[in-house]
Design a protein around this ligand. Structure first.
Ligand SMILES: [Mn+2]
Length: 361
């Protein structure tokens, strides 16, 4: 890239990695017990990042518990956790938060975690989504949109740390396999890789169990998701160059189907946006869950999503937002509620499409 003494942005990032690895170890040395929180649905990218951080921290004398707010929903995500024996806790932290000195967040724009933020400090925040405007403080932070996944960033740190820490080849393989799958998921099977991703992949590929990953990646579309896909196809409508579809109530165990279906519809149709949404009921909670997909790397999906909901977010190609509707969770008329949600959401989406002409992102 010109204008930088001939040094590309990627090169600058790569040169900063040894220092970042050192800073990460310093941060770890400052806290003994760390809670690594996986926010939202545990996807392979977040799982791999949190797991590898745990291994790095334990070799540096720290202790890390990886905690997920939700159970994994896709069969391949359950398989990678089970087959690689990745230790993840699913109980809410609650009062036990006081047993930790600090917490860490990976693969999420915001480090806000209810019941944790404000109680203990945030030690580490690593992510590849767009940075938020006024981030809460974190001791070590690496936000890098040049990476297609958080696993990319962790792999680049690991590349330095394996030479400085005592990693057996089995441990290395386990972490690299998880990170490889994290990258695979976030880059749509490596179909769009940045220069940084390519570097990370060069490190991971010879160390990962590729046969296992190929097996995971070939697991069929989960059967319950097919039912939702059918609904998504029935309900889809094309508004200008966007495809909009609602799937009704989706069982919380299969909520990842919304993202899979959005991916599928984008591959199938020549549109500039896919928005797929559904209502998710979990215990006494109810929320609207929407997945957005754009085929255009330059499209600022994050900014668009913020127009729907400040709590949502995105990056190149993918994004999502949720709206809490728990107040309506006991409605005696779920079908009526769905109609209302569908009409209102579709109207909002159409409005945002029209707004792009008036007020570009
Ligand atoms: Mn990610």
């Amino acid at each position: 890239m010109p204008g930088n003494g001939g040094i590309s942005e990627t090169e600058t990032t790569v040169r900063s990695i040894p220092q970042r690895a050192t800073d990460l170890l310093k941060a770890i040395a400052a806290a003994r017990n760390v809670l690594a929180v996986i926010k939202g649905s545990p996807d392979p990218d977040a799982i791999a990042a949190a797991y590898t951080f745990r291994q790095i921290a334990e070799k540096a004398g720290g202790r890390v518990v990886v905690e997920s707010e939700q159970q994994p929903s896709l069969p391949q995500n359950r398989r990678i956790i089970a087959d690689l024996h990745l230790p993840i806790h699913y109980e809410a932290v609650g009062d036990s938060v006081r047993f930790f000195d600090a917490y860490a967040v990976f693969d999420h724009q915001s480090i806000q975690v209810d019941g944790v933020t404000g109680v203990i400090p945030c030690l580490v925040h690593i992510d590849h989504h767009q940075a938020v405007d006024h981030p809460l403080p974190a001791r070590f932070r690496w936000i890098c949109e040049e990476a297609g996944s958080t696993s990319t960033l962790i792999a680049l740190l690991l590349e330095h740390l394996v030479t400085r820490q005592d990693w057996s080849s089995a441990e290395e393989q386990k972490a690299c396999t998880a990170l490889y799958f994290g990258m695979h998921t976030d880059t749509d099977a490596f179909s769009h890789l940045t220069e940084l991703d390519q570097r990370a992949l060069n490190f991971l590929r010879p160390r990962a169990d590729i046969a296992f990953i190929n097996h995971l990646a070939s697991l069929p579309f989960p059967r319950p998701a097919l039912r939702y896909l059918e609904r998504a196809i029935q309900n889809q409508e094309i508004y200008r160059d966007w495809l909009i579809t609602g799937m009704g109530f989706v069982d919380s165990r299969h909520r990842d189907a919304i993202a899979l279906i959005a991916d599928f519809l984008l591959r199938r149709h020549e549109v500039n946006m896919v928005v797929a949404f559904a209502l998710i009921r979990q215990d006494d909670q109810l929320r609207l869950d929407a997945a957005l997909r754009s085929p255009d790397k330059e499209f600022d999906l994050d900014r668009l999503i913020k127009r729907f909901s400040p709590a949502g977010g995105g990056r190149a190609f993918k994004g999502a937002f949720q709206v809490d509707l728990s107040y309506f969770s006991d409605t005696p008329h779920p079908i009526l509620l769905w109609h209302l949600v569908r009409l209102s959401t579709t109207a909002k989406i159409r409005y945002q499409r029209d707004q792009l002409d008036v007020q570009p992102l």
